[in-house]
Design a protein around this ligand. Structure first.
Ligand code: PHE
Length: 358
């Protein structure tokens, strides 16, 4: 093939391209801000219609000797430009990778989200706290049914048919059955004594039912923890000692309590224990019905008639019993002014007791 380009013409063209690149053209490669921009530059400097490519193509129009001599020089120029592209390309790709990593980065030191979980109801934790103290004092655990007969709820506890005490227990009777919903956990005293021989030392936690006017301190369904101790030579002093130990352990030494004479057909003598009203500190308010005190429990020395009723010899055995209102204790412990808050399942109320879960 005859040469169509002269050596001179080609060399002049080469010098133009080279000085063009040197005069700043190449620098824009190194400063391309993005891969897209860099690709634009690649097309401009190395693309099919770029001056450099055309120059290389034109090599074939030179004579063989000229081509051998000038070709490598042009190839070296091309390689130098390509190297600059490769360099910038790697830089930009690294930066893009880094940015992507940054964007999707997971901070493993962040605290994790807490999965939603159940929590114990404040009445459950209060009931456990009460039962735990008595279990540490050597009491064992006993339970009885909600639906009871008249004997376990009343007559065996020395509350005969016509006794006015029955009126104070507004009772739910089950229609068509000789049963009622127990009005107190004292039923379990009778059941436990029927089932075993003395001595006995038990706590009986559970739900009780009264057809009562509902207000800030009364509910138709509530909870009690019954206690019963029967042994030889057990009397009121033992009752007081046990209850004082219990109250101090549950409420702390600083909570003021008082023992007040009272009456229950199944205990003699009887007492009720109040705590100083925790809302008004004793000044009188709706929560304590303006008395300054809130009743926590009823108690007394087991009436000998109750022992006889279950066939235990009252000459040989004696004991004491108590019934603690779980809701009252929970109100006292947590400063809850209205008993109804425990039953309406308002999560805003219930979530306050998170920290009670061990
Ligand atoms: N059962 C009584 C009540 O519910 C409480 C009580 C229990 C009193 C044991 C004395 C002894 O009111």
């Amino acid at each position: 093939m005859e040469p169509t380009t002269t050596r001179d013409a080609w060399q002049q063209a080469y010098a133009r391209v080279e000085s063009g690149l040197r005069a700043g053209g190449v620098d824009v490669i190194a400063t391309a801000a993005s891969l897209e921009e860099l690709e634009g530059r690649r097309v401009e400097f190395l693309g099919r219609s770029s001056a450099l490519t055309l120059l290389l193509k034109d090599l074939k129009n030179l004579g063989l000797d000229d081509r051998r001599e000038l070709g490598p020089q042009a190839q070296a120029l091309k390689a130098a430009v390509e190297q600059k592209f490769a360099l910038r390309h790697a830089e930009l790709e690294n930066a893009a990778d880094g940015a992507a990593l940054q964007k999707d980065a997971v901070d493993l030191t962040l605290p994790s989200l807490r999965p939603p979980r159940g929590r114990l109801h404040p009445l459950t934790t209060t009931l456990s706290a009460i039962a735990d103290i008595f279990q540490r004092m050597g009491y064992s655990w006993a339970e009885g049914p909600f639906a009871e007969d008249e004997r376990h709820n009343f007559s065996a506890l020395n509350i005969p048919d016509d006794h006015p005490a029955r009126d104070s227990h507004d009772t739910f009777y089950l229609t068509g059955l000789p049963l009622l919903l127990r009005t107190h956990t004292s039923t379990v005293q009778i059941r436990a004594m029927e089932a075993q021989q003395p001595p006995i030392r038990i706590v009986c936690p559970g739900r009780v039912f009264r057809h009562e006017q509902i207000d800030a301190t009364h509910s138709a369904v509530f909870h009690q923890v019954e206690g019963l101790v029967v042994d030889q030579n057990v009397g009121f002093a033992d009752l007081k000692g046990h209850l004082q130990t219990f109250l101090e352990s549950l409420l702390g030494k600083d909570t003021k309590t008082r023992f007040r004479p009272s009456y229950f057909p199944f205990t003699e003598p009887s007492t009720e224990v109040d705590a100083k009203c925790f809302f008004c500190s004793g000044a009188g308010c709706p929560s304590c019905k303006h008395t300054g005190w809130i009743e926590l429990l009823g108690a007394g020395v087991v009436n000998p008639k109750v022992l006889s009723n279950v066939g235990w010899d009252p000459e040989k055995w004696s004991g004491f019993a108590f019934g603690i209102g779980v809701e009252r204790v929970a109100m006292l412990l947590h400063g809850v002014p209205d008993i109804r808050d425990f039953y309406i399942n308002d999560l805003r109320f219930l979530r306050q007791f998170d920290e009670d879960i061990a």
